[in-house]
Design a protein around this ligand. Structure first.
Ligand SMILES: [Zn+2]
Length: 270
């Protein structure tokens, strides 16, 4: 009688222990990646905008078409805590999960993206460069950021002044990571748990500094993830300004998480 009970007890203990432990990197890497879109400026192109800039500048009409396509196609935007729980514990996600992120504190993210997302009940993640807060009329101010947080969006740290993460040494960890994070926590009244690398650039040597400062996860662009720290090198896809909604849909399905192929490069040229 005792033997099966003991076996059951140890099985349950095993369950408890295995759910309590952080997931290992191999388990995280084995899970299907959730597409994370990354937007910057949302405005009409100017004659002075170069082709390369159009990766980062999306006309409002195109942006609206992207969001409408996501809604019409049944994508479900999730937030970083859900992604973190999925990656580290295998917690379930809604069908067709996706994440919408916005970098660099641009005011048009508040003016254009926020109402567009609200139209569909979507929420997003806004990575803020603190030196740009309220800098001029092109940037969000403190009230905008507080309002986004109050409305259930997530505010993340994108450094103080967008200095490349690979160059940090000495006091930079305080200036570029700790100080702006504290500032965002003061503005929002919430803990800041997520980080995005300026230019998507990172080095493995710097990643422990993010863990030390309590970040749960960090977002880059399209480099392969660090096999030793995939949670701090989550990939994102630029929502390019010259992509139609159909091209975005194609790239979400076929490009995300892969090294760019010839086919995708052709699709991008559309
Ligand atoms: Zn940036």
């Amino acid at each position: 009688m005792l033997k099966p009970l003991a076996a059951l007890t140890s099985f349950c203990l095993f369950c408890l222990v295995s759910t309590a432990q952080p997931a290992n990197n191999a388990a995280i890497l084995a899970r299907k990646q959730v597409p994370v879109l990354c937007y910057h400026q949302i405005r009409n192109w100017r004659a002075s905008d170069k082709q390369v800039d159009k990766d980062y500048i999306i006309p409002p009409a195109t942006f609206k078409a992207h969001i409408k396509m996501l809604a019409d196609s049944g994508y479900h935007p999730i937030l970083p805590d859900e992604l973190y729980n999925y990656l580290t514990t295998g917690a379930p996600l809604p069908a067709k999960p996706i994440m919408l992120t916005f970098d660099d504190t641009d005011g048009d993210q508040f003016e254009v993206a926020r109402p567009e997302l609200m139209k569909y009940g979507f929420k997003g993640v806004y990575f803020i460069t603190t030196t740009d807060i309220g800098k001029n009329r092109h940037y969000m101010d403190k009230n905008n950021i507080k309002q986004l947080a109050d409305e259930g969006n997530i505010i993340g740290c994108h450094t103080q002044d967008h200095t490349n993460f690979k160059k940090y040494k000495g006091n930079d960890w305080y200036t570029q990571i700790e100080k702006p994070t504290k500032k965002l926590e003061t503005i929002t009244g919430k803990q800041i748990k997520y980080f995005a690398f300026p230019f998507g650039e990172w080095n493995a040597a710097g990643l422990p500094e993010l863990h030390k400062r309590g970040f749960k996860a960090a977002f880059q662009l399209t480099s392969p993830r660090d096999p030793n720290d995939p949670i701090m090198t989550i990939r994102r896809l630029l929502g390019c300004g010259y992509w139609s909604a159909q091209t975005l849909d194609y790239n979400i399905k076929h490009d995300f998480g892969r090294v760019a192929s010839k086919k995708v490069v052709l699709a991008r040229a559309k």
